[in-house]
Design a protein around this ligand. Structure first.
Ligand code: SIN
Length: 525
């Protein structure tokens, strides 16, 4: 792929629209370029070699069912071979000066930048992201990798002198050292950011990686693997094994030579892996395990700001984000006014082929997601009311994809299943409350604690929210998104409670160190 030179504006998840014709043209050129490459048979990558398998699977676009390619399903033997390759590559990679690893990972970030528009086009086709979300996913990956490089550099490779208790013959250093082989298990919703970000951190810290992507995003995974190779990551340092979590993911986590796991996905799967991984002795697992993110609208709120921020977090990318805003607690006196504004804004959402500039909302990832949506809507109709939405779309041009209407419901208690389960579909519920205090009780009454937001003009209410809310990422009066839109170096992204295994956010000051363990080295003259 050739680089397309440009002076692009920075696109993040907080960017509302592309007001830049050049960017649109570049995205369209990238999309055309990637379309020309479709239809490949993708293989696993073990020790730098492409490895095929007797079994394969096809990947279809959620937009129209078109086949994008096929991919080899790794066997258990492939997984263990990949771990073996990563283990063999570890001594040389970990002993390289950290400056060399930083340079290689920065090259990977640069290559992602050069290929950004093709990769964004691929994301639209493969998982249904609109052009802004797709460009943002690649941009975030670049920034996550660069952030980890910066953290290592700023800390001088995490090699620091300690005291000597007054004895000048004693020299002690605290050194952070890598663990060995890390499994990177990533979801479909941010195929680059939630794979390249964690993998970049693991690698720059000196570990080697076996990467297991979601089976819904194998093409992105193959492209990320090529970026690593082209950046100069040596053979065996970054390996790819594709296939279902139940077989490939499980084999990876069960392999005794895997020293750490970084996982993003559901609570059920993540917590299961967490317990499974610690079978012989405690080993590090960094996990981001979903959310049921609440926002609170106080009677003092700017309701227009609140409605816009909540709409963006409730429906962007069909709410297929762990941080999606699925619970909204609104003070009773402004409830109806707020719902009216949110419904009015929702009516204006354009739904359709996400590769087209005019469409903000694309399809869901799969028929299973549509089924989950339809069940939720039926339950909301039975137990409460649907303010807007609730239908699958099958108009001309949409009939072969997984398109549904963004849906706002009411009349459900905060304890209703629809306000407990992570649905991962564009479905959000509004609940009236007596006070911000009660809203905080309801918001915190959940096992997950990823992100949360509040809209209020009352400083004491905001202080109370910040003191009491149980979430790892919180936003106050944010029009760009009530609960979503975290960015490396700007908002570290990680949860509390059941949303996390470690409580330290990616893109923050305490992330990359988790891929290392401390060695205290005392040398006496
Ligand atoms: C997510 O993983 O849910 C997206 C992160 C964000 O938008 O803050």
């Amino acid at each position: 792929m050739t680089a397309i030179p440009s002076t692009r504006p920075k696109i993040t998840y907080a960017t509302a629209q592309i007001d830049n014709e050049q960017l649109d043209l570049e995205y369209e050129a990238g999309l055309a370029a990637i379309r020309a490459t479709l239809g490949e048979h993708l293989q696993n990558v073990v020790g730098g070699r492409e490895v095929d398998s007797a079994q394969s699977s096809a990947k279809q676009s959620p937009i129209d069912g078109a086949q994008l390619g096929t991919f080899a399903l790794a066997t258990e033997l492939d997984v263990h071979a990949a771990v073996g390759a990563a283990r063999s590559a570890f001594p040389a990679w970990s002993r390289r000066p950290w400056q060399e690893r930083v340079a290689i990972l920065r090259r990977a970030a640069d290559l992602l930048g050069e290929r950004q528009m093709q990769l964004a086009g691929l994301l639209s086709l493969e998982v249904g992201k609109n052009r802004l979300e797709a460009i943002g996913d690649v941009e975030e990956t670049i920034d996550l990798i660069r952030w980890s490089c910066r953290m290592v550099e700023q800390s001088d490779g995490f090699d620091r002198p300690m005291g000597n208790l007054g004895d000048a013959t004693v020299h002690t250093r605290s050194v952070l050292r890598p663990f060995g082989v890390w499994a990177v298990i990533s979801p479909f919703n941010f195929p680059f950011a939630l794979a390249g970000g964690p993998a970049g951190a693991a690698l720059v810290a000196g570990n080697t990686v076996v990467f297991k992507p979601s089976s819904d995003a194998p093409l992105s995974a193959a492209h990320l693997t090529r970026v690593m190779r082209d950046a100069g990551v040596p053979d065996g340092v970054f390996n790819l094994v594709m296939g279902p979590g139940e077989t490939v993911g499980a084999a990876l986590v069960d392999d005794p030579d895997v020293g750490g796991v970084v996982f993003t996905g559901s609570f059920e799967v993540g917590f299961g892996l967490y317990k499974r991984f610690a079978r012989t002795y405690p080993k590090p697992m960094i996990a981001e395990m979903g959310g049921k993110s609440p926002s609170i609208v106080a009677r003092t709120a700017d309701l227009d700001e609140a409605a816009e921020g909540i709409l963006r977090s409730a429906f962007a990318f069909g709410a297929q984000k762990c941080a999606a805003n699925s619970r909204i607690f609104v003070e009773r006196s402004v409830h109806d006014d707020f719902v009216r504004r949110l419904v009015e804004k929702t009516e204006k959402i354009t739904i359709g082929d996400p590769t087209r500039r005019e469409n903000w909302l694309g399809p869901l990832i799969s028929a299973r997601s549509v089924g989950r949506y339809e069940t939720a809507v039926a339950e909301a109709r039975r137990d409460g009311r649907v303010y807007i939405g609730g239908e699958r779309l099958s108009d001309a041009g949409l009939e072969s994809g997984y398109f549904v209407e963004p849906t706002i419901v009411g009349g459900l208690s905060h304890e209703h299943r629809l306000l407990r389960d992570e649905l991962f579909v564009p479905f959000t519920a509004v609940v009236p409350v007596d006070s911000v205090d009660q809203a905080l009780d309801f918001a915190n009454d959940h096992i997950l604690g990823l992100t949360a937001g509040i809209y209020s003009e009352d400083k004491s209410e905001i202080d109370e929210f910040l003191a009491r809310i149980e979430a790892g990422v919180v936003y106050v009066n944010r029009r760009a998104g009530s609960t979503t839109g975290a960015w490396a170096g700007a908002q570290p992204f990680g949860g509390w409670k059941g949303s996390t295994a470690t409580g330290r956010g990616s893109g923050g000051y305490y992330y990359v160190q988790q891929f290392m363990r401390e060695q205290s080295r005392t040398i006496v003259d």
